[in-house]
Ligand binder design. Structure first.
Ligand code: PXG
Length: 472
């Protein structure tokens, strides 16, 4: 080995935190991370998970309010998923689905996904991730229009502050300017404003604002030209953008506009799918009927990577009847081990009635408890939707949320708050000054109480800290 390199080592128990941090800094480039800054500070080394908790290498327990990364729907430590994966690995660890072959778990999972999804879905395309799912969406909708002779109908309309992944297609569909600046964008993707009431709804009711935000789609269709627009894509609730829950009028109006112009409606269900909003899919919560749905994350609860696209009959009929070869697919499309994990994960969700629990019991309970945080001096607004929730940190509260006074963005109060959360055993994500959670769907009432009390204590610690810094 070259003398400049650090030797890999056997992992000790207990884990040698410093040694792992040094190797981490030396070799591991983390996603969406300033590697230089992280190297000077040292990563937190996660070593174990059970239920809604994870432990780091120093033995500290954290309540995982983010379900890993919006995915650990059935909670950590499910032996039956590990067993299903182990059994499949011994039986058939891999085979591809390219050359007139298939495998049993992939077929069973496709049938299961059709069973739990809305009636227009009868076909599934498997990928390895949500980003690959959205790449598939672009290629599939363009192919759909090409096959019908509409070669110009290639433009996809998305939204600012949307997140659709990190491949070229995912980043281009997404509405994150920081991503567009690095590596550019795929042609033929345009963006409209997001339905964020706190941002754009001043002097309007949420319902009025929802209609206005949807009208931006119609304006964009007319601007681009009806004969050029292939599809509209959106997350039912924007996740990474900060848990942006659109007003109730928004999605039905989007559906009406898509129907009026005949453009395909694509729901990116990577976060909202598999029970997160108290329905199998977020589209059902909002009462819309998408033509295509991207899924990932909750399909396996993150135990093994898997993603894909549920293909509605409108698209599937054209692709299958007129299409011939669809020149698209991945080595790991329909990976038997990932599909086995998904089947067991979905079996758990059904057996424990997690979707119904979030809809009828724990979701409403979380709403009731979480929204009590609105009385905290730092909180301008607190809202939930199923098992996602967010609070806006403000310098000065007001009766009308639009009159609250924000912090100077440069202070990065959200990051300060996130540190207090982490140091006190609570994982909550900061998006600007909005603090968000997406907890495991297995949470009990007692665990919700514990989480909300912990968040309040961390908000208190944040308030004391920033008051001492003179920021209030
Ligand atoms: N669509 C949506 C709606 C997502 O949330 C993806 C697609 C991409 O999935 P993959 O499996 O390719 O990562 C996502 C992923 C965050 C964060 O900071 C969110 C995601 C990924 C990374 C970070 O909240 N969501």
């Amino acid at each position: 080995m070259h003398p400049n390199k650090i030797a890999p080592m056997a992992v000790e128990t207990p884990v040698n935190t410093r040694a792992i941090q040094e190797l981490d800094a030396a070799h591991y480039l983390h996603p969406f991370t300033d590697s230089k800054a992280l190297a000077s500070q040292g990563s937190r080394v996660m070593v174990r998970g059970e239920g809604i908790y994870i432990w780091d290498s120093e033995g500290k327990r954290l309540l995982d309010g983010m379900s890993g990364l919006w995915c650990m729907n059935v909670g950590y430590g499910r032996k039956s998923i590990a067993d299903a994966v182990y059994a499949q690995m011994q039986q058939l660890p891999f085979y591809n689905s390219f050359f007139q072959t298939t495998n049993v778990p992939a077929v069973q999972l496709a049938a299961k996904l059709v069973e739990i999804s809305p009636p227009q879905f009868n076909h599934v395309f498997f990928t390895g991730s949500g980003s690959e799912g959205n790449d598939t969406i672009i290629r599939m909708v363009r192919r759909y229009w090409d096959l019908q002779g509409y070669k110009d109908r290639h433009v996809i309309i998305s939204r600012h502050n949307a997140y659709h992944g990190s491949t070229m297609a995912g980043a281009s569909l997404g509405g994150m300017s920081g991503m567009h600046e690095q590596g550019g964008m795929i042609a033929g993707i345009v963006h409209i404003g997001q339905p964020y009431y706190l941002e754009g709804g001043k002097d309007k009711t949420p319902e009025e604002f929802g209609l206005e935000a949807a009208s931006w789609l119609e304006q964009k269709i007319l601007e681009v030209g009806v004969d050029k627009v292939a599809a509209f894509i959106g997350e039912p609730v924007q996740g990474a953008g900060g848990v942006i829950v659109p007003p109730s009028t928004y999605w039905p109006e989007i559906q009406r506009i898509c129907d009026k112009y005949g453009i395909l409606l694509v729901a990116d269900e990577v976060i909202c799918g598999f029970g997160r909003l108290g329905h199998w899919f977020g589209s059902e919560y909002f009462g819309i009927k998408p033509d295509l749905m991207t899924f990932a994350k909750g399909v396996t609860s993150g135990y093994v990577p898997l993603g894909g696209v549920l293909v509605g009959d409108r698209v599937a009929d054209v692709l299958i009847e007129k299409g011939g070869d669809f020149n698209h697919g991945f080595t790991y499309s329909g990976h038997p081990v990932a599909c086995a994990a998904a089947l067991e994960n979905i079996r758990i969700i059904q057996e424990e009635k997690l979707v119904e629990r979030v809809r009828d019991d724990t979701g409403p309970y979380l709403k009731q408890k979480f929204e009590t945080l609105a009385d905290h001096p730092l909180v301008g607004a607190a809202d939930t939707c199923g098992f996602v929730a967010g609070i806006n940190l403000v310098r000065k509260k007001a009766a009308n949320v639009h009159d609250c006074v924000s912090f100077d963005a440069k202070l990065e109060v959200g990051m300060v708050c996130r540190s207090h959360m982490f140091n006190n055993g609570m994982i909550m994500r900061a998006v600007g000054d909005r603090m968000i959670i997406a907890p495991p769907l297995v949470m009990t009432h007692a665990e919700i109480d514990e989480m909300v009390a912990l968040i309040r204590a961390c908000l208190d610690a944040t308030l004391t800290d920033i008051t001492q810094r003179g920021w209030m």
